[in-house]
Design a protein around this ligand. Structure first.
Ligand code: 5RP
Length: 232
């Protein structure tokens, strides 16, 4: 049986194998994406010709260390394929993301992509989203008002994400509230409503965005699943 880290490794490596020369690739953030970046680094050294749009400063740094050619969202018309992790994946391919704090950039890069391939270990598959606290990115100004509004509207509890006992500040200068919904009955509806609250920048629900999942299992197998999505 593979260790949790080895499952992430084989999953990231399997995803790297579907990347082809000539592609513009969005590269995700997190411990599974780490292995994708390592594998892409090897493939680039062996001649794979790609350019990548990173989804966080951390990923940009890792990719640069691997000599992976980087570009930015502003410099590309669109992205062929983004490969990124997730915190929860439901049977329809709806996601909770943002456990690593990069949800805004991840969502913008995913939205500009023809394909969003999700890489994860089997523990991320759920029958219903919500056990993982939903990251909601908010602006620091008046953040307690936003927290109060979310908790009152949805009768939930939430926690401001901290780092070294201080509010964690995202790559874009925002805070993150982790909201304990427990069960999300209608992820698409919640996604839309949350984003209408003044002070909310975006939230970690990725609706109808994933086109494919690559899931790793402790026995060393990796399974691919395609989600039906209407043509963009
Ligand atoms: C970062 C993310 C990550 O993709 C998500 O948290 C999964 O990470 P990991 O592969 O480390 O479990 O959304 O914001």
């Amino acid at each position: 049986m593979l260790s949790p880290n080895d499952i992430k490794k084989i999953t990231g490596e399997a995803a790297a194998r579907i990347v082809q020369s000539g592609m513009t690739v969005g590269i995700g953030t997190g411990s599974t994406a780490y292995w994708l970046i390592m594998a892409l680094g090897q493939q680039v050294k062996a001649g794979l010709d790609i350019r990548c749009v990173p989804t966080s400063t951390h990923t940009a740094q890792l990719a640069a260390e691997q000599s992976i050619p980087l570009t930015t969202l502003n410099e590309v018309d669109n992205i062929d394929m983004t490969i990124d992790g997730a915190d929860e994946i439901d049977p329809a391919g709806q996601l909770i993301k943002g456990g690593g704090g990069a949800l805004l950039q991840e969502k913008m890069v995913a939205a500009a992509s023809r394909e969003l391939v999700i890489i994860a270990d089997h523990t991320k598959l759920v029958s219903q989203l919500g056990a993982f606290p939903l990251p909601v990115e908010i602006i620091p100004f008046g953040w307690k008002q936003v927290q109060q509004r979310i908790e009152t509207l949805y009768r939930t509890k939430s926690a401001l994400r901290l780092k070294d006992q201080q509010p964690l500040v995202t790559d874009h200068g925002h805070y993150i509230l982790d909201v304990h919904f427990q069960q999300i009955e209608d992820p698409a509806f919640l996604n839309t409503l949350l984003n209408t609250i003044p002070g909310v920048v975006d939230n970690g629900l990725f609706i109808d965005m994933a086109t494919q999942s690559i899931i790793g299992y402790p026995d060393g197998s990796v399974k691919t699943h395609h989600f039906n999505r209407p043509n963009p």
